[in-house]
Design a protein around this ligand. Structure first.
Ligand SMILES: [Zn+2]
Length: 299
C-alpha cells in the first residue's frame, strides 16, 4: 500500500523523538527542563515542577539520554526500558509530562543532530522557561546537556535553523540547576523557592526511581538491597532522608536569596528549597517578570 502523506509526515516527525503533544495555548506558563539522565530533572526541579503543574502550568521533563549504563548489575535495552518506566512513574507523581530520548548513556555529544533535537523540543513546547545543568558539571552527559541547551538558546529564534518547526518569536528564559563546582565559576542563585509544601511528593517521585537510589545506580552494590522486608523499609527511609538533607542544605545555602523573595521572616522558616541561576543567553527577566515566572512567593 502506498503510504499516505500523513503517515510519511508522522514517520518523519517521530524520528525526532516527539513523544508528547504540545500543550494548548491557554495563557499558562510553559516550562521545559532538560536533564542528562532519567533522574536528573526530578532531583533538581521536581519540587518547583510539581508546584507549577498544580497551578495548571505546562511542565515537561526531558532526559536527554536513556540511562542505559546507569546500574551496577544491568545495562542496555532492558535498563533503558526500566528507567523510562521509572521516570514516567515519578513524573506522574509530580503531575508533569515525561520524555526520555533514546541516546546512549555516557555517549552524549554536542552534535548538530542533537542541537536540532533540543531546538525542536524547546520550540514544540513553545517554552517560556528552559532549564538545564551548567556546562561545567561533573558528568560528561551533564556537561553536554548544558552545552546543547546553550547552543539552542539563540537558535530557537532563528527562522531557517530547523525550518520544519516554527521558530520562537520570544526567546525563553534559560535557567541553570545548582551544583557545587567552583571552576571556572561557582553557581550563583538568581531565584530560590521553598518546596516545603511539596517535599513529600518530591520524595515519593524520587523513591519511584528505584534503580538509581534504592539500588544505588551505577555505583551501587548487592548489599544495598536487603531481602528482609523490614530492612527494605529501612533502605527506603534512608534514601528519603538523604534527599531531605540535600534540600535542607540547599535552603541553608540559598538563605539570602530566599530572603530576597520571601522577606527575612518567612525565609527563616523555610526548611527545603530549590534554586536556579539565570543563563546569560536567552531573555533576561527583570524582578517583576521573574515573579510572574515563579508565581509562588505570595503564598
Ligand atoms: Zn545524571
Amino acid at each position: 500500500m502506498k503510504p499516505s502523506v500523513l503517515s510519511v509526515l508522522l514517520a518523519t516527525s517521530t524520528s525526532f523523538a516527539l513523544a508528547a503533544p504540545a500543550p494548548p495555548d491557554d495563557g499558562k506558563l510553559r516550562i521545559i527542563c532538560f536533564g542528562a539522565h532519567p533522574d536528573d530533572c526530578e532531583i533538581q526541579v521536581g519540587g518547583v515542577a510539581s508546584m507549577w503543574a498544580a497551578k495548571g502550568h505546562h511542565v515537561k521533563l526531558v532526559s536527554v539520554t536513556n540511562g542505559d549504563i546507569g546500574h551496577w548489575r544491568e545495562a542496555g535495552g532492558p535498563l533503558a526500558r526500566r528507567r523510562k518506566a521509572e521516570a514516567e512513574r515519578a513524573d506522574a507523581i509530580l503531575g508533569v509530562t515525561s520524555e526520555v530520548l533514546d541516546i546512549h548513556d555516557g555517549e552524549l555529544l554536542p552534535t548538530i543532530e542533537n542541537r536540532r533535537t533540543i531546538t525542536r523540543l524547546i520550540r514544540e513546547w513553545k517554552a517560556d522557561i528552559v532549564m538545564s545543568p551548567r556546562p561545567n558539571d561533573y558528568h560528561p552527559d551533564h556537561r553536554y546537556t548544558g552545552v546543547l541547551v546553550q547552543d539552542a538558546a539563540y537558535m530557537v529564534t532563528v527562522p531557517f535553523f530547523c525550518p520544519d518547526i516554527p521558530y520562537l518569536k520570544n526567546n525563553p528564559v534559560f535557567l541553570y540547576y545548582p551544583d557545587s563546582f567552583q571552576k571556572p565559576n561557582p553557581f550563583q542563585p538568581d531565584v530560590a523557592v521553598s518546596i516545603d509544601s511539596v517535599l513529600e511528593k518530591k520524595l515519593d517521585a524520587l523513591d519511584a526511581l528505584e534503580s538509581q537510589f534504592y539500588e544505588g545506580g551505577a555505583n551501587g552494590y548487592p548489599e544495598l538491597i536487603p531481602s528482609d522486608p523490614a530492612k527494605q523499609q529501612e533502605r527506603h527511609r534512608q534514601v528519603r532522608a538523604g534527599f531531605e538533607k540535600r534540600y535542607l542544605d540547599q535552603a541553608q545555602r540559598f538563605k539570602a536569596k530566599l530572603a530576597d523573595f520571601y522577606g527575612p521572616d518567612k525565609a527563616g522558616q523555610i526548611k527545603h528549597a530549590e534554586a536556579f541561576e539565570i543563563c546569560e543567553y536567552g531573555r533576561h527577566p527583570n524582578a517583576e517578570e521573574l515573579k510572574k515566572l515563579f508565581p509562588f512567593f505570595g503564598e
